[in-house]
Design a binder for this molecule. Structure first.
Ligand SMILES: C[S@@+](CC[C@H](N)C(=O)[O-])C[C@H]1O[C@@H](n2cnc3c(N)ncnc32)[C@H](O)[C@@H]1O
Length: 243
């Protein structure tokens, strides 16, 4: 059995045992319609930029054709900040993970427009992609910007940032690699800080031991500009893997 066949066998066995089916997910799959532009960008660019969960563990050197720092963005939405960051840092590799197909299409459209070549995308659950496709210590950075806040208390368990998930992220980062989180929902910011402060083997990069000022490399979105005018806050957190 080759590597690909053995990954597929492990995945189907896990699914049969209900390992994935029972897990609480951080998203609800919405079957939004693709615009024509998104559909044709998917058709054109998926062969060069798309990555599939079922292909198993990635060889990053082969995927990007070079050895370079690799940054993963989880839940990139329509991909605006991801494409902008990839365009601004051509010396780095970027991998985006998003479950919403129109978002993946929009991201590829924008990547085409900007001529970005250092970007690959998964249309799949990030928890499973990290588990099955990314080797331990492979990443220089992970970013999660404005994850779904799941406002209601009874839904808080669906929030992506949880102790088990950040431990999974820590193992995927190399020593010194950085996790960057941002949210505009104060209660989620407090939850993120609490989860990270209770997690071991991380160092908070905040001078005040809580949040950091918005880092320049995180693009300012229209939504965030509008929020700032209305006096809404945004909280950024950065932690590095120390062990
Ligand atoms: C509130 S949106 C924010 C999108 C984008 N980061 C932004 O700042 O505009 C959160 C996104 O995370 C995606 N998402 C949630 N859980 C995910 C998961 N487990 N794997 C991949 N994407 C996920 C959702 O589909 C959604 O597009």
């Amino acid at each position: 059995m080759n590597d690909k066949e053995s990954t597929q066998k492990n995945l189907s066995e896990a699914q049969e045992q209900g390992r994935y089916i029972r897990r609480i997910r951080s998203f609800v799959k919405r079957e939004g319609r693709l615009t024509k532009g998104q559909a044709s960008a998917l058709e054109r660019s998926w062969p060069t930029m798309g990555l599939k969960h079922e292909d198993g563990l990635l060889d990053l050197g082969k995927v990007f054709g070079r050895e370079a720092d690799t940054i993963v963005e989880i839940g990139f939405g329509m991909g605006h900040s991801l494409v902008e960051m990839a365009a601004a840092a051509p010396e780095k590799n970027f991998i985006g993970i998003e479950v919403h197909r129109p978002g993946v299409g929009a991201c590829l459209m924008e990547a085409e427009e900007q001529g970005v070549t250092n970007l690959r995308v998964f249309e799949h659950d990030a928890v499973e992609v990290l588990q099955d496709c990314i080797a331990d210590e492979a990443l220089a950075g992970v970013q999660v910007f404005f994850p779904d806040p799941w406002h209601k208390k009874r839904h808080h368990k669906r929030r992506l940032i949880q102790p088990e998930f950040v431990e999974q992220l820590r193992r995927k980062l190399r020593i010194g690699g950085v996790l960057h989180l941002a949210t505009d929902w104060e209660n989620y910011a407090e939850h993120m800080l609490e989860v990270m402060q209770n997690a071991s083997k991380w160092q908070n990069l905040s001078a005040t031991n809580d949040y950091i000022p918005r880092p320049e490399e995180r693009p300012l979105t229209k939504f965030e500009k509008r929020g700032a005018r209305l006096g809404h806050g945004v909280w950024d957190l950065k932690f590095s893997r120390v062990e």
